[in-house]
Design a protein around this ligand. Structure first.
Ligand code: FAD
Length: 279
């Protein structure tokens, strides 16, 4: 069982617990992106197992009538075993998701995975006419070129600042430089993307910029935030008719995810400490 301390960031261990959380979210006008926790499998069996779990989840989402989609990590479904294993598993998930009318997102991991992830995305989003989305990272210098390629494809793209510690020659390391890249890429996406823009950020400045760009260019957009981070803002934005999606992790591999969330900000760490101390 997930201790109450972690349940701010993780919806539960089972798909049923995650869907219960989605039900509450949908009642508040927020949609859900479900992520089964797991990454960096070096053998094929656990990768195949998680791919099958995503296919079951898609069937559960479809049967529940809830407003939810899925987001998959490449190394969770076989990228560390081989590009072909990842591509095969992602194709199987996307086929079942398409059959059930559920959208599939592909998360982006460190720079060594970018080419394989974008290639698999391109194949599938072309096949399913935009039923698949991919994440790109503003801290990577290559993203400017990747966005040019993505602008010609169907499917949604989520822009994030980037969560991985990348080498200096490949990535902006300075926070303000990453923010500048984020603003530039967001503007490009609102100008050039036909299938909408996904703003994967908690940053009030980037969210305000997205609203301004929407007013200027008319492009559809959605805000995506993590479970447990600015939850009130998510509900408030949804009440203002902004499309808001909450990224909802679940599963038994919750500890390292919870630890990362708790450590990344002082407020989160204090929250975790208070929960441990019971005050
Ligand atoms: P930051 O630059 O961290 O902070 C900017 C401002 O946002 C802060 O000053 C504050 O006002 C507000 N803020 C940020 N965090 C908090 C908080 N905890 N509490 C209160 N206010 C806060 N990264 C990847 O590399 N690959 C992925 O596939 C990926 N998918 C993601 C999916 C979603 C839905 C989201 C939201 C993020 C994802 N990320 C991913 C992580 C992302 O790259 C960033 O590391 C993360 O979102 C932090 O950047 P930020 O833009 O939210 O804000």
């Amino acid at each position: 069982m997930i201790p109450p301390i972690a349940s701010r960031f993780v919806a539960g261990e089972s798909p049923a617990a995650a869907l219960d959380h989605v039900d509450d979210l949908n009642d508040q006008g927020v949609k859900a992106i479900l992520n089964l926790l797991g990454e960096h499998y070096e053998e094929r069996p656990p990768a195949d197992e998680d791919a099958a779990a995503y296919e079951d989840l898609v069937r559960d989402i479809s049967g529940s009538g809830l407003d939810a989609c899925i987001s998959v990590k490449p190394s969770q479904i076989g990228l560390d075993v081989g590009d072909d294993v990842f591509a095969e598993n992602l194709a199987d998930i996307a086929a079942v998701a398409d059959e059930h009318g559920v959208f599939t997102w592909v998360d982006m991991e460190d720079h060594e995975t970018t080419d394989a992830t974008l290639d698999a995305f391109e194949d599938l989003t072309t096949e399913y006419e935009g039923g698949v989305g991919v994440c790109v990272q503003a801290n990577l210098k290559r993203t400017e070129e990747d966005l040019e390629r993505l602008a010609d494809l169907p499917g949604k793209v989520r822009l994030v600042k980037g969560a991985y510690d990348e080498p200096r020659e490949l990535a902006y390391k300075n926070k303000e430089r990453v923010n500048e890249a984020y603003r530039t890429y967001l503007k490009f996406m609102f100008q050039e993307f036909d299938d909408g823009v996904a703003v994967g950020s908690h940053d009030p400045e980037m969210i305000a910029l997205a609203r301004d760009l929407h007013d200027e260019y008319g492009t559809d957009y959605e805000i995506q935030m993590l479970m447990g981070v600015r939850d009130d803002a998510q509900v408030e934005l949804a009440a203002e008719d902004v499309e808001v999606w909450q990224y909802v992790p679940y599963g038994d591999k919750w500890f390292s995810y919870f630890y990362r969330r708790a450590m990344e900000r002082k407020e989160n760490m204090l929250f975790a400490l208070r929960a441990v101390l019971g005050r």
